[in-house]
Design a protein around this ligand. Structure first.
Ligand code: TRP
Length: 391
């Protein structure tokens, strides 16, 4: 067994032991295994057994079932022009110094599953506290939005969070948007089943570029719903740009309900993006598998490690992949050099005091109407309305 395989399996064993005690994430071992470069369960269990004795049969069984419930990944082949666009965008990022990969490439099927697991980790406080704020102030929030509105959720993913406001706001229509078509259709359909009478009108779209503006909406004066501090993943200038688009689409009668993570103790922030189970690490590294798969390439996930830290000056968490072994790899028909210690930036997650964020929104033509926070002020939920023109 190569030293690399040895370390992979050792790491896997650590993760595995922790996970066995954590019921909801039992199947994760398979995800981590794949993210660590194992293609076949058989090989994995043979190597594992060589080092640690038997792999608990229950876990193995659950892998097999899990594998069965996710048969060969369905690949919706992108249209040629879309594929070229992606290839050129990815190359553009990888040819920059330092190299970058856009965070939207995290989310293939495995990436989405790993991300769902992150949202259930104790250390990753955002979903828990955001949900807490929604449950504390549900009445108030629903009253602010009103009923019979068209609700649009860019990057809706699992379509879970809108349930925090249902059925109270009984919208005219709920329009979830996401780039991952299969994920979106499946979850939109599930939501429709759970709430008979709710009109769910999913749209496949990348809300991080201009294509969002081309979407024909089913109603006027929509209310945008953008939870989870996804806004933190934009650069501040891009926040203004994005919110301006929302402002244009909402006309003079719409609104924006948004979740924004706050600046806080850097220890808390650091732990949230460096969970000891290594799920965030697996999620980060998975982006390389996804790019290989999407664009044809041999980027080497094993030659990178997860790095995340809070950059206090910039008020952001930075996520990177650090190269641990100099090498050359290719992607989308291009050879690229990676040197040891080099960082590829995969994501920023900006944190804002409410007043900082509302100042940005103001530059997009929005004014803060309401602010809801938890006691510790770990998270903000804000409601914005179109600003009136004052000369
Ligand atoms: N936008 C959220 C955040 O920045 C969720 C998120 C995006 C995230 N990418 C992530 C969380 C990577 C953990 C790791 O926190």
């Amino acid at each position: 067994m190569s030293p690399l395989a040895f370390f992979r399996i050792k790491r896997l064993n650590q993760v595995h032991r922790t996970l066995l005690n954590a019921d909801p994430v039992k199947t994760l071992i398979k995800e981590v295994a794949i993210a660590s470069g194992f293609r076949q369960l058989g090989q994995l269990s043979r190597d594992y057994q060589k080092m640690f004795g038997e792999l608990p049969s229950e876990t193995l069984r659950s892998h097999k079932n899990h594998a069965k419930s996710f048969p060969a990944r369905k690949i919706i082949a992108p249209q040629p022009n879309v594929a070229n666009e992606m290839a050129s965008e990815v190359l553009d990022g990888l040819l920059q110094k330092p190299k970058r990969i856009a965070p939207k490439y995290f989310y293939d099927q495995r990436g989405s599953a790993l991300f769902d697991t992150i949202t259930k980790l104790d250390e990753y406080y955002i979903p828990r506290i955001e949900q807490h704020i929604f449950s504390l102030f549900k009445r108030d929030i629903c009253e602010e939005i009103g009923t019979a509105r068209t609700i649009i959720e860019p990057g809706a993913g699992s379509c879970e969070k809108i349930k925090w406001l249902l059925p109270d706001i009984s919208p005219a229509a709920y329009v979830p948007m996401d780039i991952s078509e299969s994920h979106l259709r499946e979850n939109a359909a599930k939501l429709g089943l759970a709430y008979p009478g709710l009109i769910v009108d999913p749209r496949v779209c990348d809300h991080t570029n201009d294509t969002m503006l081309d979407i024909k909406l089913p109603g006027s004066s929509p209310v945008f719903f953008y939870p989870g501090s996804s806004i933190g993943n934009f650069e501040p200038e891009a926040v203004i740009d994005f919110m301006r688009k929302l402002r244009v689409m909402m006309g003079s009668g719409g609104g924006l309900l948004i979740g924004v993570d706050t600046k806080k103790n850097s220890e808390v922030l650091h732990t949230a993006y460096n969970d000891p189970k290594g799920v965030t690490a697996a999620f980060n590294i998975n982006v390389l598998h996804h790019l290989n798969h999407l664009l044809g390439g041999n980027l080497k996930p094993d030659y990178f490690e997860h790095v995340a830290f809070y950059n206090e000056n910039c008020g952001r968490i930075e996520m990177h992949l650090r190269c641990v072994k100099s090498h050359i790899a290719h992607i989308a028909g291009m050879d690229l050099e990676f040197s040891v210690g080099e960082l590829i930036n995969t994501e920023y997650s900006y944190k804002y005091h409410p007043q900082e964020f509302s100042a940005l929104a103001q530059r997009a033509g929005l004014r803060m109407k309401r602010l809801w926070q938890d006691k510790q002020r770990y998270f903000s939920v804000m409601y914005f309305l179109p600003a009136l023109l004052t000369v």
